[in-house]
Design a protein around this ligand. Structure first.
Ligand SMILES: [Zn+2]
Length: 294
């Protein structure tokens, strides 16, 4: 159990069909005009508050401990990378009702979810689809409320670099210009990028946070942060990319980074960052798995 809990991996949010949209000039406020589902009653993200204690059990992470051979390529506004993983990571447990396959991983600059009104500097999303579907697109098309499972992690800025992230940060420093690429070396298990204690998390049902905002996501927000230094963030920001895509034959890991905030900001500052503002909760319950020590 300890192994699986310590080798936690993250998922991401993804953009269902690469729809054109913007966060700038309150762009997210207008998404429902073009994408009606974005005006639905189970949208994400939301502010985490008034939670209900629950015992959802531990997650089991499969193949997240395998070294991921990743090459990052700057495609202009998008950087792409290849992950040579023959067996895609899968996820079970944690109260999920099925087995899920990792599709992609990405970041939002300025967290999407907030905790009692506090916004974190960055949020990572690891996106999985229910294994009964052939791929993410098919899962989204099903319209089922838990067709997609996203694991979300908040980042916290620290004075000391997070050595586990240095390989990715170093690679990004070499892809500042379009059409350049860099291997992430050494290959690193994705689980090493994650907090060791993954036993405390929040759970609710919501949507993709980008158009078309399909309400097909069972969300998991982990209580423990990922520490990362100012310098590392600055390096990521210097890559001049808004999105990174890690591609494998089985799944895509997408990173979306824009400007980095050095400090937490109050809820409501949403002008220049890659996060959607908090959506109405509309009576939805947020469960809190308190972990083993509560
Ligand atoms: Zn996302």
């Amino acid at each position: 159990m300890t192994f699986f809990v310590s080798v936690f991996c993250a998922a991401v949010c993804l953009t269902g069909a690469q729809q054109q949209f913007t966060y700038e000039n309150n762009g997210a406020e207008n998404w429902p005009l073009e994408f009606p589902t974005c005006g639905g009653d189970r949208q994400s993200p939301i502010d985490v508050n008034r939670v209900t204690p629950a015992d959802l059990g531990p997650f089991q992470f499969h193949n997240y401990h395998l070294p991921a051979d990743i090459t990052v390529t700057n495609m202009g506004h998008t950087a792409q990378a290849t992950l040579n993983m023959g067996t895609p990571p899968t996820l079970t447990g944690g109260g999920l009702r099925a087995k899920y396959v990792l599709d992609q991983l990405h970041f939002h600059s300025g967290s999407e979810h907030t905790y009692e009104g506090t916004r974190y500097p960055m949020e990572m999303h690891m996106v999985h689809h229910n294994i009964k579907f052939r791929n993410f697109t098919e899962a989204v098309a099903s319209g089922e409320e838990d067709a997609v499972a996203v694991l979300a992690f908040f980042f916290e800025v620290t004075h000391h670099p997070n050595l586990a992230w240095d390989n990715l940060v170093r690679a990004l420093a070499h892809v500042k210009e379009p059409e350049t690429s860099q291997q992430v070396f050494p290959p690193t298990p994705l689980c090493l990028w994650l907090p060791q204690d993954l036993s405390r998390f929040y759970r609710y049902y919501g949507s993709l946070t980008t158009p078309t905002c399909d309400q097909v996501v069972v969300w998991t927000l982990f209580s423990n942060d990922i520490p990362i230094s100012h310098h590392q963030i600055a390096t990521i920001g210097a890559a001049k990319v808004t999105s990174l895509f890690f591609l494998t034959n089985q799944f895509v890991v997408q990173l979306q980074l824009e400007q980095w905030r050095h400090l937490k900001t109050p809820t409501g500052n949403k002008q220049t960052n890659t996060f959607r503002p908090a959506q109405l909760r509309n009576g939805r319950e947020i469960l809190f798995n308190q972990g083993w020590w509560s």
